[in-house]
Design a protein around this ligand. Structure first.
Ligand code: PMP
Length: 281
C-alpha cells in the first residue's frame, strides 16, 4: 500500500511522523473521508470545501487543495482501487518543539497525510438495519469542524459495541443530534427530518445528498431538531455517512423501531442513493 506524506509517495511502512507532531500531542488537526466508487471520488468538491472550512475553523494555514486532490486520485491509481474504497486525508498544524499549546511560528510546515484503501460495502446491514443506543453528547461546541479530536466519538462507538449494538446516537439537551460518525434522520408524519446544520453536528456530505434526493423526488423533508421522546413513535429512523450511505435503524436502546424492519422511505432513499451513484460519470 502506497500512501502520501508531506509531498512523498511511500510504502505505508515507511511513512513516519515526529512524536512532536501537534496532531499527536494535541489532536491539533483536521481530516476528511471520501468514498471512491469505481475509481471516482464522490462529491470531491464538497469534501474539499468542508476541509477548507475545518482548516479555517482551527486557523491552520494551508490552502494547497490541488495537492490533496492530486494525492487522492494518484493513490487510487497506485493502489489499484477500482471498486469501493475510502480516501482518508489528515492535515495537522505540524511539528513543534518544545511542546507549547499556542500556535508554532507562522512558517511551520503543516503535516499532510493521505491514504486510500478498499472497503467492503455494508450491504448486509443496509438490508437488515442496525440496532443503536443513545448516549450523552460529551463533545465540544464546534462539532461542525471535522477535527481529529474524536475521543467522545471513540468512547460512544465502543460503548455501543460493549452494549452489543452497532452504533450510538449523541443526545444533547434532549435532542438526538447525530451518530458517532454519521448524521441522523427520522421520518415523522411522513416528513424526513434531520438536525439543522449548526455547530452541534458535522455538516455531512451524504446528508446533503439525501436532502437533495428528497427534494428532487418530492419527498417532504425539513431540517429541524429531533427530540429524544420523538424516537419511540417515529415511523422510521436512519443514519447517513460516506461509508454507511443510507443505513436503517431498527432498534434504539433495546426498543424496536418501525416494527424492527427498515421503513419504506428509508428503502426508497437507499434505492435513490444507489441510482444516483450509478448515474455519476
Ligand atoms: N457526523 C459525524 C460526527 C461524522 O464523523 C460523520 C462522518 N464523517 C458524519 C456525520 C457524516 O458525514 P459524511 O456524510 O460527510 O461522511
Amino acid at each position: 500500500m502506497i500512501v502520501y506524506l508531506n509531498g512523498k509517495y511511500l510504502p505505508r511502512e515507511q511513512a513516519w511522523i515526529s512524536p512532536e507532531d501537534r496532531g499527536f500531542l494535541f489532536a491539533d488537526g483536521v481530516y476528511e473521508v471520501i468514498h471512491s466508487y469505481r475509481g471516482k471520488l464522490f462529491h470531491v468538491d464538497e469534501h474539499m470545501r468542508r476541509l477548507k472550512n475545518s482548516l479555517a475553523g482551527l486557523k491552520i494555514s494551508y490552502s494547497n487543495i490541488p495537492e490533496i486532490r492530486e494525492a487522492a486520485l494518484r493513490l487510487i491509481q497506485e493502489n489499484g482501487l477500482k471498486e469501493d474504497a475510502t480516501v482518508y486525508i489528515q492535515i495537522t498544524r505540524g511539528t513543534n518543539f518544545p511542546r507549547k499549546h499556542a500556535f508554532p511560528p507562522a512558517n511551520t510546515a503543516v503535516t499532510v497525510y493521505v491514504m486510500a484503501y478498499p472497503i467492503t460495502p455494508r450491504d448486509p446491514e443496509r438490508e437488515t438495519g442496525i440496532p443503536v443506543i443513545t448516549t450523552p453528547d460529551l463533545r465540544w461546541a464546534r462539532c461542525d469542524i471535522k477535527s481529529v479530536a474524536l475521543l467522545p466519538n471513540v468512547l460512544a462507538q465502543q460503548q455501543a459495541i460493549d452494549a452489543g449494538v452497532t452504533d450510538a446516537i449523541f443526545v444533547r439537551d434532549s435532542v438526538a443530534l447525530e451518530g458517532s460518525a454519521s448524521n441522523f434522520f427520522a421520518v415523522i408524519d411522513n416528513v424526513v427530518l434531520t438536525h439543522p446544520k449548526t455547530n452541534v453536528i458535522l455538516p455531512g456530505i451524504t446528508l446533503d445528498v439525501v436532502l437533495e434526493l428528497c427534494r428532487k423526488n418530492n419527498i417532504p423533508h425539513l431540517e429541524k431538531p429531533i427530540y429524544l421522546n420523538q424516537l419511540w413513535t417515529a415511523q422510521e429512523l436512519f443514519l447517513s455517512s460516506t461509508t454507511m450511505e443510507v443505513m436503517p435503524i431498527v432498534q434504539v436502546d433495546g426498543r424496536s423501531i418501525s416494527g424492527g424492519k427498515p421503513g419504506k422511505v428509508t428503502r426508497k432513499l437507499q434505492t435513490l442513493f444507489k441510482e444516483y451513484v450509478a448515474s455519476l460519470p
